[in-house]
Design a protein around this ligand. Structure first.
Ligand SMILES: Nc1ncnc2c1ncn2[C@@H]1O[C@H](COP(=O)(O)OP(=O)(O)OP(=O)(O)O)[C@@H](O)[C@H]1O
Ligand SMILES: Cc1cn([C@H]2C[C@H](O)[C@@H](COP(=O)(O)O)O2)c(=O)[nH]c1=O
Length: 203
């Protein structure tokens, strides 16, 4: 397996984290170099921006500028070097989250987001985006049991249904890039879907 960029998406509480770790372990055991990272975050600067985005009040344009600034640093310092070295990059969220949260959730102009996407990524997209899809109400039940909420996690189910619709719009624009999973099933069933989708791609 050469350099390969895979992103993982879904509304908060969809269940990405467990499966990303399991996939990293599976591929490392098979001898691959795997870089596990996340957005916003993944570098010192981007982690500091993440702290602000998750906990400081701001408008949607400011959110979008900060997540794209963090992404630019992350791409230059971590993602591109890892791909150039032939590593697998597993990234917990990427630009689809910006279209889903700032675009869908906050209602911000997707054309502005598309301009920023072009500047920041210079054509780079994940080879595959795994979308953990489930109804907002189910995710809310899972989150309630899990932790104290940040600025996004404290939003209501209407916000998360708009975020989910934002993901669906991105999938429709580039269906070949997306592996959509029914994340409302048990952990074992979700894992089975993920493995089947990867094996169908020869991974
Ligand atoms: N298939 C599942 N069925 C029931 N509960 C689950 C399932 N998958 C994960 N959970 C639980 O739901 C909660 C949220 O899961 P997790 O933190 O993995 O989601 P996430 O998508 O990474 O969320 P976030 O993006 O907000 O960090 C956790 O308590 C986790 O144990
Ligand atoms: C990349 C990105 C993320 N967000 C939001 C989505 C989540 O609510 C948080 C990150 O928290 P997680 O527990 O690490 O998933 O940030 C966003 O609004 N826009 C983005 O581009």
């Amino acid at each position: 397996m050469g350099g390969r960029f895979i992103s993982f998406e879904g509304i908060d509480g969809a269940g990405k984290s467990t499966h990303i770790d399991a996939l990293a372990a599976r591929w490392r055991a098979a001898g691959h170099e795997v870089v596990l990272t996340r957005e916003p975050g993944g570098t010192d600067l981007a982690e500091r921006l993440r702290e602000q985005v998750l906990h400081t009040g701001m408008d949607a344009l400011t959110e979008a500028l900060l997540v794209f600034a963090a992404r630019r640093d992350h791409l230059r310092q971590v993602i591109r070097p890892a791909l150039d070295a032939g590593h697998v990059v597993l990234c917990d969220r990427f630009t689809d989250a910006t279209f889903a949260y700032q675009g869908g959730g906050r209602g911000f102009d997707p054309h502005v987001l598309a301009t920023l996407e072009g500047w920041v990524q210079e054509g780079l997209q994940p080879a595959l985006t795994v979308w953990f899809d489930l109804p907002a109400a189910v995710a809310a039940e899972r989150r309630a049991a899990a932790r104290s909420p940040d600025r996004f996690e404290s939003q209501d189910t209407h916000f998360f249904e708009r975020v989910r619709a934002g993901y669906e719009a991105r999938r429709e624009q580039d269906p070949g890039r997306f592996l959509q999973l029914d994340a409302s099933l048990t952990r074992e069933a979700v894992w089975a879907q993920l493995v089947a989708g990867l094996e169908a791609r020869g991974w």
